[in-house]
Design a protein around this ligand. Structure first.
Ligand code: V47
Length: 360
């Protein structure tokens, strides 16, 4: 085993890790030490707090022109179990939430061949009309790039239209894994890594905060994970605007890579911890409970995560179609108990991480 004490000292002093040192630490540090280092970094960033929100997802369609190896959600136009909501149906879903205390609607779907930038803008306007006080976190960089190109617009102009319609934030999906060789095998049709980063840089330039993700636990190496984190850290240095990083564990049910299975929980914990340690300029590390399940999420709080996502209200299918909990929903009491049981203080946040206090 490599001597890692000098790297551990750097981390303890709060210094920035190089990619080389990150690989060494990731591969050699005992699990307990990664937990200790990551939690001390987490404490420096967000003290004892762990965030959650009250949210729903709207997935307007699972029809997608792309066919990524790892995706269990995607269907082709005409498939029996393909769905596509009309704008009226999307609006109806939002209306059903009127009078509830949700603060965010996360809208993501497949890249539908017939939907246009204008129809995506109209979707945002309709949700916003039904729920004027919620923040809309909408469309992955992959969807955004496709709709703007199809409209024949420059990225900046297209994004301004989405913002005008009411888009307040962009979720982190579509990043997958940035390494070009691997990306060409897993999702060759999707936008390139460079393009994904350009969409988020443009959002930040236009004053929109975003999230970022990494799909891990499939065939990537530790070096490729560190390279992915490094590209995110560089973008955040140049054009800050990422709120949260979400490591997304590959779930193996019902897709073309199923035979490789899933990575271990230890690997999940190392990934959460190394994300916290390496990404010294991204304030929040989210353990997405829908992807991990409740008990692994609780454990992730001992490895530097400070966000667990939200109530969800059984509104997303991306993970259930890939083998996770089939009707994801958590009450505020359950979310708070999970955080409390892990030894932290639960705080409700809005999309921009402002604390929400309610008199209930
Ligand atoms: O980009 C697809 C991933 C992502 C699988 O920003 C899979 O707050 C695991 O990005 N196993 C979409 N992952 C979800 C996403 C997200 C989720 C929650 C919160 C936020 C946020 C963003 O889901 C895709 C892809 O990386 N994905 N298939 C699978 N089989």
């Amino acid at each position: 085993m490599q001597n890692i004490s000098h790297i551990v000292d750097y981390v303890r002093r709060g210094e920035r890790l190089t990619t080389e040192d990150a690989v060494i630490l990731w591969q050699n540090a005992p699990l307990w030490l990664l937990g200790e280092l990551a939690v001390s970094r987490k404490r420096a960033a967000s003290g004892e707090l762990v965030y959650y929100n009250r949210n729903i997802h709207i997935e307007p369609s699972n029809i997608c022109i792309f066919n990524c190896e790892f995706c269990s959600f995607r269907r082709r136009l005409g498939d029996d179990d393909a769905w596509s909501l009309t704008l009226d149906e999307v609006e109806e879903r939002a209306r059903k939430m009127q009078g509830t205390p949700i603060t965010e609607v996360h809208i993501v779907g497949g890249v539908h061949p017939d939907h246009t930038l204008e129809s995506y803008c109209e979707m945002i306007r309709r949700v916003k009309r039904a729920l004027p006080n919620v923040a809309i976190k909408a469309y992955t960089a992959v969807e955004i790039l496709y709709m703007i190109r199809n409209a024949g617009l420059e990225l900046e102009e297209g994004m301004k239209r989405l913002i005008e319609a009411g888009m307040e934030s962009i979720p982190g999906g579509g990043a997958e894994i940035f390494d070009e060789e691997l990306r060409a095998k897993l999702c060759p049709e999707k936008c390139s890594s460079k393009e994904w980063l350009e969409v988020h840089a443009m959002a930040h330039k236009l004053g929109i905060s975003t999230n970022c993700t990494m799909l891990y636990g499939h065939v990537e190496s530790i070096e490729q994970r560190v390279d992915h984190l490094d590209r995110l850290r560089k973008l955040q240095d140049e054009a800050p605007g990422f709120n949260a990083f979400i490591p997304l564990k590959y779930r193996s049910r019902n897709n073309r890579m199923s035979e490789i299975g899933e990575c271990s929980v230890q690997d999940d914990m190392r990934t959460i911890a190394m994300s916290r340690i390496f990404l010294d300029n991204i304030p929040h590390i989210k353990a997405y409970w829908v992807a991990y399940g409740k008990s692994v999420t609780e454990m992730a709080l001992a490895f530097g995560a400070d966000d667990i996502d939200g109530t969800i209200d059984d509104s997303t299918k991306i993970y259930s179609m890939a083998g996770a909990d089939s009707r994801p929903s958590m009450s505020v009491e359950e979310l708070e108990a999970l955080v409390h049981d892990a030894g932290f203080v639960a705080v409700e946040r809005d999309t921009h991480y402002n604390e929400i206090s309610r008199n209930e």
